[in-house]
Design a protein around this ligand. Structure first.
Ligand code: TXA
Ligand code: MG
Length: 310
């Protein structure tokens, strides 16, 4: 078993460390080491202009990475960190172009997972300021929610000195809520387990609608996608994989991949079920979208992107 101390040392010396968070597993590198960060992009097969989230052990590290933090963002940090929320803030000089994709902002998150926090704290005692980590999957594919998923996804692209920390299954199961805090009001860029209602309650500000993301989700490019065709809200036929709430019955010959009995369970099982579809070599997976707001909005956002277009 890799110790936290070994993993922190690996990061400091420029290696990659995949680690568990409560949302999904991340593929980490020292956020100040350009060569190490470049390896994240090649291991993931990800375009260079996509910015990375910097993971920090506590909100005390905000001042290192940012120029200014609006009052409402500080309220959010106090209320929801450690937790499934990423704040986009005006960057300081510490956040280089190779982290931000050349933007004037930086994404920051304190993850709510014991292993992740221990790793980040240990990394800080060695002088590290933050760990850049995208989800530990190949670009466009399903995010991993177990250490084994990471191994299956990335083993052939990692080098022998890179590490994978095992912290069990990610509890939330879908990526963090991303909130743009560079304007006068918070704006949700990616929905997640921290909901619009929670953000409005804590900040007492109405959350802005984000039109730009609506355009992105309509793009042809697939994300969060398994090899199987993803079909939404149709009736499954024999041989199809099927994901729906427990109240839905499974027709004859259909392979039931998940029967969550709550929205939380739907989120935490979704990516595992999509991976299952590929392991079973299914051609199609039919998903009945959960209804409602809050976390259900985040699930529908991922499903819309995973859906096979055309
Ligand atoms: O739950 C999560 O957020 C996971 C875990 C590992 O923390 N991470 C994650 O990272 O989902 P990734 O790289 O797969 O997705 C991060 C998203 C990207 O779509 C990126 O464009 C956006 O965050 N992002 C990062 N920095 C940004 C910035 N400065 N401005 C706008 N978007 C940003
Ligand atoms: Mg990702």
């Amino acid at each position: 078993m890799t110790s936290i101390n070994q993993a922190a040392k690996a990061l400091i010396s420029g290696q990659l460390v995949a680690f568990p968070t409560e949302t999904v597993y991340g593929l980490g590198a020292d956020a100040e080491n350009e060569t190490a960060v470049a390896r994240i992009y090649s291991v993931k097969g990800r375009p260079q202009d996509h910015p990375l989230i910097v993971h920090i052990p506590s909100r005390e590290f905000l001042s290192y990475w940012t120029r200014s933090v609006p009052e409402y963002a500080l309220k959010l940090a106090k209320a929801f960190w450690p937790g499934p929320m990423t704040l986009i803030l005006q960057r300081s000089d510490a956040a280089k172009d190779f982290i931000t994709g050349g933007q004037d902002s930086v994404g920051l998150r304190v993850p709510g997972h014991e292993v992740a926090i221990s790793l980040l704290q240990e990394f800080a005692t060695l002088g590290g300021k933050g760990v850049a980590a995208p989800s530990a999957n190949r670009f466009g594919k399903v995010s991993p929610t177990t250490a084994n998923d990471v191994r299956e996804e990335l083993a052939e692209h990692l080098s022998d000195s890179d590490l994978i920390l095992d912290g069990g299954s990610s509890e939330v199961g879908i990526e963090s809520t991303i909130i743009d805090c560079t304007g006068e009001a918070p704006r949700i860029l990616r929905p997640g387990a921290i909901t619009k209602a929670q953000i409005e309650r804590v900040t007492s500000i109405q959350v802005a609608e984000d039109k730009s993301m609506i355009r992105v989700s309509g793009a042809l490019e697939n994300h969060y996608a398994p090899n199987a065709k993803v079909i939404l809200d149709e009736n499954p036929v024999s041989g199809d994989g099927f994901i729906a709430m427990a109240t839905a019955t499974t027709p004859e010959g259909v392979v039931r991949l998940a029967s969550p009995s709550s929205i939380e369970e739907f989120a935490s099982e979704l990516y595992r079920a999509l991976r299952d579809a590929d392991k079973r070599n299914l051609k199609r997976v039919v998903i009945w979208q959960p209804v409602g707001d809050g976390l259900a909005i985040a699930i529908r956002d991922r499903l819309e992107k995973a859906r096979t277009k055309g």
